[in-house]
Design a binder for this molecule. Structure first.
Ligand code: UT7
Length: 324
């Protein structure tokens, strides 16, 4: 028995912000951003919060998969930019789509979050606890970006993507490898909320820790190493040859990271599906937005093997090989 993707969905806010737009806000240029990252534009929320994007994605999934809403068992949303600490985004989605019998909760694993969530759903399904699940990665990174810091504000975008999965006899998740390296968690941080209450005199200045703070070079090194190792483990463990893989969907952070991964793994660059030029890095939404695009364009057929691989804050990484 396996867990198979039945439908994909995605939603990004309408407002497009180009590199030239950003060069009017910070000291940067289209040339620098394209050369160093491959990003040309990103979609930025004009006020909608993360749950709005997740709900729109969920509604697409329901429609595309023809789900009988009361039979939906599980909703997991991965995000580091939830509207509230509570309720979770998943609870808001449950309410908005009327999936009253679904268990709903969020998880936090930054850019690896979508695949961590899919991995959890897979275990529930394989254990027999649930028959189906909706997994969504949703982010409004624009509220956690310091718009005066050129080293980070050019990288991120807002949006959501997701999948609806079901228990299946064929296809589905073939092999996964996920991991965490908490010892270097300080190289990528954001969203810090200090402990202040009437019983303490916490005068620590922490406002700046709300914003995404990143040692770009260290994250870059971590990304190339962890993804390469993880993909190697998945390919070895599944006895599947690279030639058998139709597409690799990498986390859409930086085209140079993808080039290095492609070279090290000797996987032709053409096999990597890239859309960071249009969306930037949407963290947990990046892989499902790309998967949905591939699917919507009719580029994948049942039986195709697809490798999804990413890395993110934590530090975390995740690779999953699926049969479509
Ligand atoms: O989902 C995970 C999220 N994070 C990542 O994936 C990030 C991984 N890291 C990266 O993608 C790259 O490290 C960056 C794109 C963030 C930076 O590229 P880099 O080639 O590592 O540049 P750098 O940080 O070494 O900076 C090179 C220069 C510096 O100037 P100096 O010191 O050489 O004079 C920066 O100040 O580029 C400067 N710089 C910029 N210049 C124009 C940094 N950001 C910008 C900018 N525009 N936006």
């Amino acid at each position: 028995m396996t867990t198979r993707i039945i439908a994909t969905g995605a939603y990004v806010p309408e407002q497009v912000i180009t590199n030239d737009d950003l060069s009017k806000i910070v000291d940067t240029s289209d040339e620098w951003i394209v050369k160093r990252t491959g990003i040309k534009e990103r979609h930025i929320s004009l006020g909608d919060n993360t749950s709005a994007f997740a709900v729109k994605t969920a509604k697409q999934l329901i429609e595309k998969a023809g789900v009988e809403i009361k039979k939906l068992d599980l909703i997991i949303v991965a995000s580091v930019t939830a509207d509230y600490a509570t309720p979770s985004i998943a609870c808001i989605v449950q309410k908005e789509i009327g999936a009253s019998n679904a268990v709903a909760f969020d998880i936090s694993a930054a850019c690896s979050g979508f695949m961590f969530a899919l991995s959890i759903a897979d275990k529930y399904i394989k254990s027999g606890a649930y028959n189906n699940a909706m997994i969504i990665g949703a982010e409004t990174l624009s509220k956690m970006v310091d718009w005066s810091d050129r080293s980070t504000c050019v990288l991120f975008g807002d949006g959501a993507g997701g999948v609806y999965v079901e228990k299946s006899e064929t296809g589905g998740i073939i092999k996964e490898e996920i991991g965490t390296k908490g010892e270097i968690c300080g190289i990528l941080t954001g969203g810090y909320t200090p402990c202040t209450n009437i019983f303490n005199k916490n005068e620590e200045k922490t406002d700046h820790l709300w914003y995404i703070n990143m040692n770009g070079r260290e994250v870059f090194k971590f990304a190339t190493k962890s993804v390469v190792k993880s993909v190697e483990k998945v390919l070895e463990g599944s006895n599947i040859n690279i030639d058998e893989i139709k597409y690799v969907i990498p986390h859409q952070a930086n085209a140079r990271i993808v080039e290095i991964i492609s070279n090290k793994l000797k996987i032709p660059y053409e096999k990597f599906y890239i859309n960071m030029d249009r969306y930037g890095n949407t963290s947990s939404a990046s892989i499902p937005i790309a998967l949905n695009e591939l699917n919507e364009k009719g580029l994948i057929e049942r039986g195709n093997k697809i490798l999804m691989t990413g890395f993110g804050g934590g530090m975390t990484w995740a690779t999953m090989l699926i049969s479509w």
